[in-house]
Ligand binder design. Structure first.
Ligand SMILES: C=CC1=C(C)c2cc3[nH]c(cc4nc(cc5[nH]c(cc1n2)c(C)c5CCC(=O)O)C(CCC(=O)O)=C4C)c(C)c3C=C
Ligand SMILES: [Fe+2]
Ligand SMILES: [Fe+2]
Length: 388
């Protein structure tokens, strides 16, 4: 194989405090993040939620130095993968495509269509698949592919998720050992896996495989670790009023504290770089909750970042998929027959003239309600806690 391209997909994060508002707007404009029955509601609601959340979110970013380290770390991961691939005899151009901030996926695609690459490997930097993360990026790419004739001639393959890779599991196990061995009795330390949550309906109604992949990944890491430590899996970072996957991290920490757990390490499991939810949410907020619950010895396993075992695992994976049949975007966005990437699809299936009339009426009522809330600061969204 000649020169390949590797497109690393990630979420993106605000580089500085002024970026927080527009970053949040981009995030909430994504129908894979807030699933509304009507597309036209998406942008006004995204603007409204982003505006209301901006200050709190900025305060959090202030606590970690005024911006997200995600771009820097993702670029360092790209450099490390490039050198590792070169050592393995495979020259590669690396592209970083973020979903909600610079460098945007669109910028990466514009660059790679100008370069002379023989084949592209699309690698999301999320070990497990979720509609809200890799799924959202794949959807965007599918759209870009439809719009750009240059892309249609490009040979490519997609990696949907890779949490079973032995090198990744090995890197996670080594990082956990490094942390528990700082404690006087390493085998007694409680290992607390904290995965980023998603709304429960994603899994139960839309068929998102995320929860199953997270659970399997946790078990595989524990098997690779091969130590007798007790462990727990919980879900962090809930946003908005609906139910998310349970148990919530804060509840699980309180429960363990009440049971007398004194030594605990948190393992961030759904993301492979340090970011706001490790540096601020776990290291500051959850540490405080644990402390109040009586867990006074609180450690946190670092994210893999550019850990050499981890980088080798991703590089081996890239070489591996080049030998296998290609996986197309259409295959990974329709992973299960019942996966509904957009709630709109649910409405379209049952469409009749009267349903359309009712949809229109309900939409109009929703819009009037939203406008009243915008003007008065009072209403249903405030009452249920989505807006503050
Ligand atoms: C696998 C990881 C992630 C999943 C799943 C995920 C789903 C998800 N996230 C939100 C809302 C927000 N996420 C925010 C930041 C953020 N999210 C992830 C990862 C996952 N999100 C990361 C790595 C980051 C941080 C990027 C950085 O700046 O370092 C934010 C903004 C921060 C804040 O204000 O709290 C929001 C909001 C939803 C609603 C969701 C699933 C539907
Ligand atoms: Fe998130
Ligand atoms: Fe979050």
């Amino acid at each position: 194989m000649g020169r390949i391209g590797v497109l690393l997909l990630n979420l993106g994060g605000p580089d500085k405090l002024e970026d927080v508002g527009p970053f949040l707007y981009n995030l909430f404009s994504d129908p894979e993040i807030i699933r509304l029955p009507f597309r036209w509601m998406q942008k006004p609601l995204a603007w409204f939620i982003a505006t209301r959340r901006e200050k709190t979110s900025q305060e959090n970013y202030k606590q970690i130095g005024g911006g997200s380290p995600l771009r820097r770390i993702t670029e360092e991961q790209g450099e490390a993968i490039k050198s590792q691939l070169s050592e393995l005899g495979q020259e590669a151009n690396i592209y970083v495509g973020m979903r909600y901030w610079h460098p945007y996926t669109e910028e990466a695609i514009a660059q790679l269509t100008q370069d002379n690459i023989d084949k592209l490997v699309i690698l999301p930097l999320y070990p497990q698949f979720s509609i809200s993360t890799s799924g959202s990026s794949f959807r965007l790419l599918e759209q870009l592919w439809k719009e750009n004739p240059k892309l249609q001639d490009l040979e490519y393959t997609v990696i949907a998720s890779w949490y079973k890779e032995s090198g990744y599991l090995q890197a996670m196990a080594e990082l956990i050992i490094g942390e528990i061995e700082k404690f006087p009795h390493p085998d007694h330390v409680h290992i607390f896996f904290s995965a980023h949550g998603v709304p429960k309906s994603y899994v139960e109604e839309a068929g998102d495989p995320y929860q199953q992949e997270i659970e399997e990944c946790t078990n595989l890491i524990m098997q690779t670790l091969n130590r007798p430590n007790p462990h727990t899996l919980a879900y962090q970072s809930r946003v908005g009023p609906v139910e998310w996957l349970q148990p919530y991290t804060e509840d699980a920490l309180n429960e363990l504290g009440a049971k007398g757990v004194k030594y605990l390490v948190v393992v961030p499991i759904s993301f492979v770089s340090e970011h706001i939810e490790t540096l601020q949410e776990i290291d500051i907020e959850y540490r405080e909750i644990a402390e109040q619950a009586g867990i006074h010895n609180f450690g946190r396993v670092p994210a893999p970042n550019t850990n050499p075992v981890f980088i080798k695992a991703l590089s081996d994976l890239i070489i591996d998929v080049l030998q296998q049949p290609d996986l197309k975007l259409s295959q990974v966005t329709q992973m299960k027959k019942r996966v509904k990437m957009y709630p709109q699809e649910r409405w379209e299936w049952g469409i009749t003239t009267s349903a359309e009339v009712w949809n229109g009426r309900i939409a109009m009522l929703g819009f009037i309600g939203l406008m009243i809330e915008l003007l008065t600061g009072k209403g249903l969204l405030h009452a249920i806690g989505l807006l503050h």
